[in-house]
Design a protein around this ligand. Structure first.
Ligand code: GAR
Length: 197
């Protein structure tokens, strides 16, 4: 079995990255984590990847000022240098331009902490609570130029209880994220995800 070479893009603590690395240790998992890239040099996830002996790279967006194209060319150069076949955004908090997204169309996943299409964007847990939602959840989807859109690969709901706070809800959703993302990457690596044309 040839395992797909995967890069994970992070900006912070990298708990979803850790879940993907753990899943990819199974001998029959169809993907290997070949690279972790952070746009922030201080992302806690970098040390966690290094502890797992995964190659890491930092492409610091602040070094490119407003030149998003140059930042993305640097990202793309890292992906090419490591012969990456699939990309997982995992708490990667930069918007990507259509140029990069189109290059990876059908081959790039994102995890979003809400039941898309509900609560696109940031502060999803606070907004779900404020809206009085009874359910919330997590979604893994293919990345397309429109933010938090694209074919949904997997999603899973969690209940919202009367006593929930942003923190308790975030923790419940995160636990779901950690088993959802490895399943979704497995489907993509097996060629079982149909991209819309
Ligand atoms: C996760 O909850 C992920 O769904 C969310 O950031 C967190 C990253 O945690 N992503 C977004 O909000 C993307 N817009 P992690 O670094 O521990 O995986």
């Amino acid at each position: 079995m040839s395992r797909k070479r995967v890069a994970i893009l992070i900006s912070g603590r990298g708990s979803n990255m850790v879940a993907l690395i753990a899943a990819a240790k199974a001998p029959d998992y169809p993907a290997e984590i070949a690279l972790v890239i952070s746009n922030r040099p201080d992302a806690a996830g970098l040390a966690r990847a290094q502890a797992e002996k995964i190659p890491t790279a930092v492409v610091d967006h602040t070094r490119y000022g407003k030149d998003r194209a140059a930042f993305e060319r640097a990202l793309e150069a890292e992906l090419e240098a490591h012969r990456i076949e699939l990309v997982c955004l995992a708490g990667f908090m930069r918007l990507l331009s259509p140029w990069l997204v189109e290059r990876w169309r059908g081959r790039m996943l994102n995890i979003h902490p809400a039941l898309l299409p509900a609560f696109k964007g940031l502060d999803t847990h606070r907004r779900a609570l404020a809206a009085g939602a009874k359910t919330h959840g997590a979604t893994v989807h293919l990345v397309v130029p429109d933010v938090d859109s694209g074919t949904i690969v997997l999603q899973e709901a969690v209940p919202i209880g009367a006593g929930d706070t942003e923190e308790t809800l975030a923790a419940r959703v995160l636990a779901v994220e950690h088993h959802l993302y490895p399943q979704a990457l497995k489907l993509l690596a097996q060629g079982r995800v149909l991209s819309e044309s």
